[in-house]
Design a protein. Sequence first.
Length: 296
Amino acid sequence: MDENEWLAERFEEKRAHLRAVAYRMLGSLAEADDAVQDTWERVSRAGASEVENLGGWLTTIVARVCLNMLRARDIRREDSLEMLLPDPIINREGELRPEDEALLADSVGLALQVVLDALAPAERLAFVLHDMFDLAFEEIAPMVGRSPAAARQLASRARRRVKGSAVPSPDPDIARQRAIVDAFFAAARGGDFDALLALLHPEVVLRADYGPSRPSESRVVRGAAAVVRQARLGANPAAELHPALINGAAGVVITIDGQAHVVMAFIVTQDQVVEIDVIADPERVRRVASAVLNAE
């Protein structure tokens, strides 16, 4: 086996890990795959004959690629980050695809990905690499052009923002989560707004991302009464609900006339819905929900 073949095999062994790093950094499955491919192209050109810690070296390269992508994205992005939802990891209920296991290994819910998307690129890199992947600040510092002490401060600032955002954790009982989600749709379709109010936490947050073709419709809605007024998202009698696990929590993929329409992710805590994240860009829904839609 020559060096290129050996390197290609080692890279494939690390691909799931590198994709997980890129997903945490970018919040986009397509961009994460692009970052991993870019990493391979750089690695294959450079060779690894003198590299002692191959895993650490590959992680460093993919992190640098992601940092450049984040910085370029920040220059282009003008919309409120709160309205731009990251890609969810969607699986059929009761199943987890092997390629998604690394992505969800640390129970990275969609709510946390939303918070990570609001961090500055250098803060996000320092937090993700140190807190999620245990890289030392001495390794992180050169990536952001700072001293190890300054890199530590970046991660600390990001950690405070994450904790300050009070990212909700779903109840561990998936069956109970599913019962609450089913009750939500039954109440919405039945026009039972009192039942909906009872299912929603008083400070529930709904984020709706309609994509680049309908940016004016994207919004953030706060409070149970305001969210009830948006219940039409799941009340359409023509909508077919496909139960799914969305970043490990109960949710649904909605189709109309067999066509991808909406993804709705729920966070259920103590039998109340505390957060609803809606992706209503059909093209994006087709892409991220393929594991559910193509299996039926």
